[in-house]
Write a protein that binds this ligand. Sequence first.
Ligand SMILES: N[C@@H](CCC(=O)N[C@@H](CS)C(=O)NCC(=O)O)C(=O)O
Length: 209
Amino acid sequence: MSDTIVFFHNPMSRARVVHWMLEEVGAPYEAKLLSFEKAEHKNPDYLAINPMGKVPAIVHRGVVVTETAAILAYLADAFPAAGLAPALSDPQRGTYLRWLFFAAGCVEPAVTDKMFDRPPVERKGSIGYGSYEDTINALEKAIAPGPFICGDRFTAADVYVASLLGWGMMTKGVEPRPSFAAYVKRATDRPAYQRFVTQGEAFAAKLKG
Ligand SMILES: N[C@@H](CCC(=O)N[C@@H](CS)C(=O)NCC(=O)O)C(=O)O
């Protein structure tokens, strides 16, 4: 069985987060580009991989992983030499998992609800993220000690949180607080991010044909 990671990708999507992560990990991968215009993500072959018909997805050692945060956690654990997750015995693992899950379960829906102008729900006690303001303020506290979520150590949680904040500030879904801008800059100054940007442009050009 091949050890190469097969990565189902569209460079104008959330799959960008996984692309950056793959560059951080440094393991061999093959990107399969899916055109949204041609609805290639709704082809039966791809629906057999992800019945949601959404990207990203990866297949590694015969197993499918979908959901951006799950893929990040999987890759960090599958390739420990990259040092992108605290070990099981490291108490920092709790902090790492906490904010990785918070990003997927709270930050993402809070920011997308705001971007798409979905009205705030009165019963915030029943909503997982409570309110946009509470979510963003909690995230700001998490990154405040810095430089990264687990202190000096850059992890997969930073790949996700910095991606969400960078995208959120670019699309005006997140206000550009100075602490967010500084954190995103620290995370994206990394060589792996720069490789991801260069390759992403090439992928986008290839899809355009
Ligand atoms: N919960 C998924 C969301 C993935 C997702 O929404 N992907 C979008 C692109 S950003 C997609 O594939 N949309 C195409 C469609 O649904 O037709 C994750 O976190 O990976």
